[in-house]
Design a protein around this ligand. Sequence first.
Ligand code: TMP
Length: 402
Amino acid sequence: MKCNITNKNVKEIMSFGKMPIANGFLNEKDKSNEYFYEMTVGLSPDLGLFQLTNFPKVEMMFHDKYPFFTNSSNYMRNHFKEYAEWISKEFIENNSDKIIEIGCNDGTMLENFKNNKIESLGIDPSGNVAKIAKDKGLNIINSFFSENLTDSLNEFKSKTKVICAANVICHIPDLNDLIKGIDKLLSKKGVFIFEEPYLGSMINNVSYDQIYDEHIYIFSAISVEKVFNLYDFELIDIYPQITHGGSMRYVLARKNEYSKSPKVNKILGEELKKGFLDIDLYMKFKLNCLRSKERLNDLIDLSLKKNKRIGGYAATSKSTTILNFCSINSNKIDCIYDTTPEKIGKLSPGAHIPVIDSEEFKINPPDTCLLFGWNHKNEIFEKEKNFALNGGKWISHIENFI
Ligand code: TMP
């Protein structure tokens, strides 16, 4: 599938090789039918939009067995509570205001608005997570968000004060359609707030594992400003976040409805200076990714030479990119420890490393552990502090991550 945003002149940056579906944890019997595509990334220089130039159909990624639950991390639960409180304080003025969350997952964010007594709506295409949200008593539509869908949302049309999203907008290939839908729903003073992994953090950390099928775009302030300007929206505020190894929260409104925070021009200026519109920056990133692959393989081979047993921690979607790009499989890594029941007992996509219950990590830890959930480092290190105390060694593809 190809992106459809005005991206005619996308310049190819690199290929990460053949990739399976990042969250496609599978059973032994399905190994031979596994789907692969070539994961390539590029930049549309006009918009500064970093994007996958080839990716699977969205229905292959978001469906009734989608194995990601926002609720699975304590840290993220707190993060969403704070996000919701901040939205209420900054933008909700009275009980007649309405809020919509695009990609509400299991309702972890929206349930924080229950006590506000404002009308809310969550929209999510993955049936299993949408059901959990519904069971919490939330108003949920199990569907992809689209301009068409807004036709059935009369009570929200032009009346919605806040549309919010977290780690979702980069999943939506058709940004034209997304913004047209948002335009129909937002009131005159309505705001669209979303947060996503930040391009600047990915480049700095060489965290190329942010790139996988679900992340069709890795946004920057420049690209968000340019894309939304096409539809008469503007970036009015911006808030760096530490989530997901470095994210950015963007606040957008109709042009000339709000004053712009000085932070916006500051960050836009910094990005321009760092060369975010310049292909050379991405060519350096490509070299850094190739170097990182070599370094990780060296680290693993060194441990294996010393007869150390290597495990992986957290069967993240990101781990699919690392394992497949670096050609690491079950000959090198015994298993991946994870808390998600839907992943336990399955094999990791492409690399076919068994996922086992993270309770096992306490009972029979490996000697060396590759931390795939590096963005949940504080939570995991706290929970597993005995591992390092007993001589276990954490490693990561991110340099200097400890
Ligand atoms: P994600 O990075 O794709 O969102 O996936 C997070 C995965 O990490 C999810 O499968 C649960 C797992 N995880 C653990 O196994 N233990 C933990 O302590 C945390 C925070 C996450």
